[in-house]
Design a protein around this ligand. Structure first.
Ligand code: NAD
Ligand code: UDP
Length: 313
């Protein structure tokens, strides 16, 4: 039975990844400091092959059993989280990634870094291919996240080149689904929570900035395939269906069946104007492409939020 360690495993994406690994018959060690994750995301897991360790990845971690795979997802991910935790975000991207890579090296385990489309910053090339170096403001408020991830990518490549660690880097584009926190500030939970409560839907700027939203099951499948591939260089995983944020707000409102008005708010500093993954590389190397249509993904997410709200959470 292979053993996989997932840092950030009590978060939104990490908990879905733990589910997938357990269903594939892996033993899973989930490491999380519960900064932005929650035990609720893993409370349904009853398997004896699942271990939870409350630990901050910026600190050294020893694991006294063989490890086959290390998935490093620990990091604040929502703009309101990383703006609230700027130093911690830089530390988990640097020291945290160093510790996770050290574990993979010691155990001769495969390693996967959860990087982000934010490494492209406010892109001047559209759609974004992996060979685009990006357009990031290092000293703006978002710089703490973007540069932490860019440094994490550099560190991962150095561990591969100098230490021979079997590394992989996924650049994740906006992903949504059940277990996002209603108040995490990202577009999907904000809009769905507001539409459900009949409150105004807060669209930042004039809503003409674009994003491309991927359902979580598709993302997890892409991550899984990448870790088991031979590709060392970064691979974009995301859904190329691009839309404006205003169109996205309207799609959420339609699925919820809500009459909430749209309310325009100031655009955050350095908010990227466009974002769309070029996924030719994932298609070619991994045979991967997203399968879940936006409307279906939104319906599944809505069911989850309704259940959580009816349980008073
Ligand atoms: P999330 O906030 O739900 O999950 C992050 C998890 O990491 C949380 O459980 C948090 O408690 C944990 N964590 C944070 N700092 C830690 C530390 N020092 N030690 C241990 N655990 C720590 O966010 P998510 O959306 O699930 O994101 C997971 C990863 O994927 C992140 O690395 C994020 O940058 C990346 N990513 C996500 C998206 C997306 O759209 N969801 C897009 C691009 C990249
Ligand atoms: N956004 C918005 N209203 C909100 C939250 C976000 O208009 O209440 C916008 C945000 O400005 C950005 C897009 O939605 O243009 C996606 O934001 P999110 O935080 O989900 O992810 P990002 O792509 O910015 O990391």
């Amino acid at each position: 039975m292979p053993t996989s360690l997932v840092t950030g495993g009590a978060g939104f994406l990490g908990s879905h990844l733990c589910d997938r690994l357990l269903s594939d018959g892996h033993r899973v060690i989930c490491v999380d400091n519960l900064d932005t994750g929650t035990l609720e995301n893993i409370e349904h897991i009853r398997s004896g092959d699942f271990v939870f360790l409350e630990h901050d990845m910026t600190r050294h971690l020893e694991i006294d059993e063989p490890l086959d795979e290390v998935f490093h997802l620990a990091s604040p991910a929502s703009p309101i989280d990383y703006l609230r935790l700027p130093l911690h975000t830089l530390k988990v991207g640097s020291y945290g990634t160093h510790n996770a890579l050290g574990l993979a090296k010691k155990h001769r385990a495969r390693f996967l870094l959860a990087s982000t489309s934010e490494v492209y910053g406010d892109p001047q090339v559209h759609p974004q291919r992996e060979d685009y170096w990006g357009h990031v403001n290092p000293i703006g408020p978002r710089g703490v996240y973007d540069e932490a991830k860019r440094y994490a990518e550099a560190l991962t490549m150095a561990y591969h080149r100098q230490q021979g660690v079997d590394t992989h880097i996924v650049r994740i584009f906006n992903t949504y689904g059940p277990r996002m926190r209603l108040r995490d500030g990202r577009a999907l939970p904000a809009f769905m929570g507001q539409a459900l409560a009949g409150e105004p839907i807060t669209v930042f700027g004039d809503g003409s900035q674009t994003r491309s939203f991927c359902y979580v099951d598709d993302l997890v499948e892409g991550i899984w395939r990448l870790l088991h591939s031979d590709e060392v260089l970064p691979v974009n995983i995301g859904n190329p269906r691009e839309m404006t944020i205003l169109q996205f707000a309207e799609a959420v409102r339609r699925i919820v069946g809500s009459a909430s008005p749209i309310e325009f708010r100031p655009l955050p500093v350095d908010d990227p104007k466009v974002r769309q993954p070029d996924i030719s590389k994932a298609r070619r190397l991994l045979g991967w492409e997203p399968k879940v249509e936006l409307e279906e993904g939104l319906r599944r997410t809505l069911d989850h939020f309704k259940r959580r709200m009816s349980e008073g959470r």
